[in-house]
Design a protein around this ligand. Structure first.
Ligand code: ADP
Length: 274
């Protein structure tokens, strides 16, 4: 592996006379990166199985709890379940991210109706939003549209963005999910009325393990891996992601994807046969 550094050579008047290119051999860095990714994947994989069985045991304990102990038990159990679920989510994100970075993930892209993916996700996040007293509005674009996606990966990415909106919006706030089409692209905007992100932190939120530090985020748990994963997945779909935010006002993430050229009528017939 070679990395090229190119710089112009200028005359005393500032005109460009030529350029110098220096090639650096980065094979060792690449090898170390690969070993790090393999190590993370191995550790994450080993952690996942025991944690998943601990989660099952916690559920079982809750059922077997004697009636008189149920009240105090429940509060503790709920916290154990939430913390275990957080850990499993962290491990899942670590595994997915290290797989994506090592280039071992094969994306199987197939045309899917945009509204179908979103309807599935709205079903999952609606109870999360309701439990926090958040108003969740879905404004789908009136036209039918299709994109080429790896359904499981894209679903995880969308879920990360929308779950963040729920997580970082205080009770009684509002989340709007809207889709639109323009210039051969589909755009998904997730806008929240949450705590927002300061302009110094904004350029770093897609970095691995980055979390905004401050009073507003101190009690919110997370790993700082979700958005790094979202960015990798969106880019693997030939898309891109933008963010706008203002502290105390809210945040809007926009995800753009090229539209799939699909013979919609033919797809309908195929679906009917299946
Ligand atoms: P985490 O697991 O910490 O939520 P993410 O990678 O998903 O990690 O996000 C990185 C950081 O970006 C978060 O820790 C949070 O500070 C900030 N962030 C992400 N989404 C939002 C949002 N909708 N509103 C405010 N801050 C956000």
């Amino acid at each position: 592996y070679l990395r090229a550094h190119c710089s112009p050579v200028r005359s005393s008047g500032g005109g460009i006379l030529g350029s110098v290119t220096v090639f650096e051999d980065i094979s060792t860095h690449k090898e170390i990166d690969r070993m790090k990714s393999d190590f993370v994947a191995m550790v994450a994989h080993e952690l996942k199985a025991p944690l998943a069985s601990i989660e099952q045991m916690i559920y079982a304990l809750q059922v077997d709890c004697p009636y008189e102990a149920l009240h105090s038990c429940n509060a503790l159990h709920k916290r154990m379940i939430v913390r275990t679920r957080d850990l499993l989510q962290l491990i899942e994100n670590l595994l997915n991210l290290s797989k994506l970075e090592s280039g071992t993930v094969i994306f199987r892209l197939e045309p899917v109706r945009g509204h179908e993916i979103l309807a599935d996700i709205i079903d999952i996040v609606t109870p999360q939003a309701q439990s926090k007293g958040l108003q969740l509005d879905y404004k789908p674009c009136p036209h039918d549209w299709w994109i080429n996606v790896d359904y499981d990966h894209l679903r995880t990415a969308f879920l990360n963005i929308i779950s963040n909106a729920v997580k970082y919006t205080p009770e009684g706030g509002r989340i709007e999910i809207a889709t639109s089409l323009a210039g051969g692209q589909a755009c998904l905007v997730v806008r929240d009325s949450g705590i927002g992100i300061g302009k110094d932190d904004l350029p770093h939120i897609f970095d691995r393990f980055f979390r905004v530090k401050g009073k507003a985020t101190r009690h919110i748990t997370g790993s700082g891996l979700g958005l790094a994963l979202v960015k990798s997945v969106v880019e693997a779909h030939n898309g891109y992601i933008d963010v706008q935010s203002e502290p105390g006002v809210g945040t809007a993430f926009s995800l753009h994807f090229p539209l799939a050229e699909v013979d919609a009528a033919a797809m309908e017939k195929l679906a009917a046969v299946e």
